[in-house]
Structures are given as C-alpha cells and as structure tokens.
Design a protein around this ligand. Sequence first.
Ligand code: ZN
Length: 509
Amino acid sequence: MTQIETVETLKRRMAETKALKGATDVLGWDQQTYMPTGGGGARADQITALSKVIHQMATGRETENLLEAAERDSKDLDPDSDDAAYLRVARRDFNRAAKMPEELVARMARITTLGYEAWHEARAASDYGKFAPWLEQILGLSREVAELRGYKESIYDALLDEYEPGMKASDVQSMFQAIKPDLVGLVKAVAALGPNAIDDSVLKRDFDEGRQEAFGKTVVSALGFDWTRGRQDRAVHPFCTSFTRGDVRITTRFEPNFLPAALFGSMHETGHALYEQGVGTRFDGNVLGGGTSLGVHESQSRLWENLVGRSKPFWQAFYPDLQQAFPEQLGSVAPADWYRAINKVEPSLIRVEADEVTYNLHILLRFEMEVALLEGKVSVGDAPALWNAKTEEYLGLTPPDDAQGILQDVHWSGGGIGYFPTYSVGNLLSVQLFEAANEALGGEVSAQIARKEFGPLHDWLQENIYQYGRKYDPRALVQRVTGRPLDPAPYLRYLQAKFGDVYGLSGKG
Ligand code: ZN
C-alpha cells in the first residue's frame, strides 16, 4: 500500500474506536443529567462493557499492525503536517492504552461509575462515610495505573500527564510558588478594607429560574454557541461534553438566590463548548478532534467567563438587558455597584463560586491533598480533617460540614485524580492568550465587547487555537500562539490591575 493508503486505513480503524468512545460519553452525559438513580447499576454494566470493547480495539494486534505500517510508510512526512501529528498522537494514545490490562480498564469503569453515584448520595447527605470506601478504591486504582504508566520523579506525574501532557508535579509546585505571594497579598489588602468594602447582597436576591435561563441563553448565543450543534441541560455539577464537533453538550445549575451560579457557570461551559465546536472539520472522527489538554480547555472557559464575562465592557453592553429581565431586583442597582458585586473578593468554601483571586488557593489545596493521599501521607479516613485544616490555613474558614468541604467536587468520584492543577494552568493561560488576541486585534477587544461584538475575538481563537484540536501539544501551542511558554506574569498583572481598580488599591501592589 502507499503511504496515504496505510494512514487512511489506520484512520478508519481508529474512527470506529472514537465512535464507541462517543457512545460511552453519551451514557455518561445521561447519567449526570436525566438518568434516575435506579439506573446506576445497569449504567455501570453498560459503560464497563463498552470500555472493554474500546480497549480491545484500541490496543489490539490489528490496530498495532496498522499503526506500525503507517509509521513505516510515513517517514518522510512534513513534521508539521496533519498526518504527522495524527501519527504522533495515535502512537501516544496507543502506548498509553496498551500498558493497561483489560481487567483493570473494566474495573476502573465500574468503580468510577458506581463511585459517582456514591459521591452524589454522600454529598446530598453530607456523609463522607458513604464515599470513603469508594475513594479508597479509586486511589488504589490510580496508584496501579500510575505504576503501569511509569514516572521518574513523582507518582503524581503519571496521572497529571493524562490531563496536561508533559506537565509534572514539580512544575505545578513552581507555578504555585510564582503566584501565591501575589494572591495572598491581594487577599490581605482586600481584607484590610473590612468585610463591607463591597456589598454583594444584590446577587442574593430572589431570581426567577425561568428568567435566569432565558437571559443565560441570550448570553450563550451572543458569545457564539451554535445551538444546531449543541444543547444545554441541567446537572448537579455543571460540565461540558462533546461527542463530536456537531454535538456538544453544556450543563448548568440554577440557584434561585444566587444569580452568578448559572450566569457565569453558563459562560464558563460555553467557553469549553466554543473550543469543541471550533475544531476543524478535517478532524471529524479523528484522534486529533477535541481539545489538546485540560489546561488549554480551561483557558477557554475562563477567558469567556472572566476576561469577557466579568469585565466592565461586557456589562456596559449587557447590564441594561439584565435589569430588564429582573427590574425589581436590579432596577435601582447602579452599573458600577453591579460590576463591583460580581468581582467581590472574599474567601469562601466552595471552589466553583470562588472569585478570581482566591480561586487558585482552592486548587493549591486540592493539589496538596491529592499528593498526600496518593503518597499515603494521609489516610482516606483522616482526609476530611486535613482538608479542613488546609481550608483554615489558605482561606481562613472552617467547613461546617463535608458537603461544603471534601465532598464538594465530583472529580475524584470519576477517577479524576491529577486533574485539578489544570484549572490553575487554565487561569494563567486565559490571560496570556487574551493578551495575545488583544494585541493581534489592535487593542480593540474591550471596545468590541462593549458593542456586543464577540466575532473578532471568537474568530481569532478559532483561527489560532480551536481549529487545530490536538494537532499541537499544549506547550507547542502556547509557544506558537504567544511566542513563549506558559507565563504567570500576564495573569498577575491582570489581577493587580483589575482588583486594584475594583478596590481602589492603586499604588499598593
Ligand atoms: Zn471548566
């Protein structure tokens, strides 16, 4: 066969695996949105059965032979071509999967599916004891997986690499060392102004759910979400999932007495969705379809949620519409007071509701918890006490119960250990990328946002990031787009400038 034929044969084979993976993701989406709790056991059977078949196809002799043949026939491919990238990513996925025995894959699928159900119940009852045995099993599985994959420095590296290729625990530590002094300094400077420097009670009025949903959809549409290739539903823990670029699902959670939850949550998930909907059509059914890493993915959700959604120009444009949707609640609230309320800095217990300054402290806490749990430095039984002690240390608060402490996040229940640092990568990268976009667009992005013109920013992201899917690994992509590696400086400049302005801290650093 010719070079093109062998690569195309491999692609057809791998497209079938990807289709089955998409079907598994539909089952996962359904589990988190509409499935009654009674379906949990059968759903675990379904996902386990599919995971086994996918694993057999992904690691079987036929796939291996096709991959080897395609590699042999493609030695003179341009390294920057789509096919060269395809072979690099296919090889990486193959090697990773081939290290995992089928029995372990099946056990993982079953335990994380049932673990999710147990977490859901435990969180609702704020009963850590209901989740602890599952966490124990999930940690055991994670250690098994990490040992099979191998690592040089830390067991954590083997897990983190799945979410953020190339990143190590030591990189995460350096990242936090670089940002922590500024974060702590800002929190202190704000705290010195007293608890009433900003009144955010306007966010906690009674907001009709139907109106929240309608306004949210207006914003999601304005940002560029394509409703012919996606939909929005409700979930306990909001997320975005993509079966193909033609079917991208976002979810949200409405709280009648806290407007930001659904409003900014929807913008966040829309950012993820724009990335998935924007992958080039040439990667349909292809291993290069989808986002290149969770950190780059999160940079997009945070860019649209914070750099756009919590900015002054955005609310210049949308505040009159919001007031019209909620005349009783917001009719007499001045735009400047609204802007300050949505940007109030206040240590809180819940990560997903944290402001931009304290958010990364929540991630630092989780990263340290994961390392301690994986390395066996803290037992599953003692984990809530350590969580609470770290919450006290970093945020000055004590969780009144485990639902507002160690049980608040879904990730561990689904096996997502090593996932959290990608949130901080995303925060840093969101500003680095936004700066690059703004520079390329002649410094006009704020003015465009104030006119509800999101097209230029969206087009730039599409052109420079979204279309490439997984073609460039995260480090290569960031270098390509911004001319340098991940850099905390733009993020710190942004926080100092924005919150210096919100709180009138100018000159204090
Ligand atoms: Zn996100």
